[in-house]
Design a protein around this ligand. Structure first.
Ligand code: MTE
Ligand code: MO
Length: 217
């Protein structure tokens, strides 16, 4: 298991170094529904570091901390007591698959932000997950109206393999920015590149600009 995981990480890191899959044809006006270099899939592949933590609802917690007025430490009932929203969005994975029209339910990032009240110095967000994964986005990206912490997909509770009980969904970026099994969200003044971002992936990840690997425009 550990060997497989190391091998997978090395392979993906090597792809990042080689700039594999880069087709160099940005689609900035979103003329197509499919971003450049992607192909549509109807199934939903599972991608992670090979560890899929089991988090029983009674043990689940979410901490929201850092440069905010109102830090949060929630258990499951607290999270489910927040307004629930439905959203539909496409998934674009850096490994070149896209999946259209995913129906999500959960708590919107806009709601969370309005509750925790980021201080003026807060400019960046890092997501921390219970498998040790981390990934970073600008606060402006987290604040987009289509971002949520999802508990449901297609009307069913999000499965463990896809990040249940709760995962982040950031449809405008490649899917590595959407942390599965998220248990902590920190608001920061300085950017803090995450697991793949320090291993050759782009710091942003706009599929329309093919921001796959560091060095891509
Ligand atoms: N906690 C955690 N979140 C993660 C990952 C991971 O390894 N651990 N992998 C990322 C990557 S690279 C992708 S493509 C998507 C895959 O999500 P899926 O398995 O639901 O398709 O999760 C992202 N979020
Ligand atoms: Mo990915």
């Amino acid at each position: 298991m550990a060997d497989d995981r190391e091998k997978l990480i090395r392979t993906k890191q090597a792809w990042a170094q080689a700039g594999r899959l880069l087709t160099g044809r940005p689609d900035l006006g979103h003329v197509n529904r499919l971003p450049p270099g992607q192909r549509e899939t109807k199934n939903w592949p599972v991608l992670d570091l090979g560890v899929q933590p089991h988090v029983p609802l009674e043990d689940w917690t979410l901490d929201i901390d850092g440069l905010i007025e109102n830090p949060v430490h929630w258990r499951w009932a607290d999270f489910m007591g927040q307004p629930q929203v439905d959203m539909v969005s496409d998934i674009h994975c850096v490994t070149a698959w896209s999946r259209y029209d995913n129906h999500w339910r959960g708590v919107s990032a806009a709601h969370l932000i309005s509750l925790v009240k980021p201080k003026p110095e807060a400019r960046h967000v890092i997501f921390i997950a219970s498998d040790g994964y981390t990934t970073n986005v600008a606060l402006t990206v987290f604040a987009e109206a289509n971002v949520l912490l999802a508990t449901h997909w297609e009307g069913e509770p999000l499965t463990r393999e896809h990040g249940g009980p709760v995962r982040v969904v950031i449809p405008d970026w490649y899917f590595w920015k959407s942390a599965k099994w998220v248990n902590r969200i920190s608001f920061l003044a300085e950017d803090a590149p995450g697991f793949w971002e320090v291993r050759g992936y782009h710091n942003e990840g706009d599929p329309w600009r093919e921001q796959r690997y560091s060095g891509d425009a």
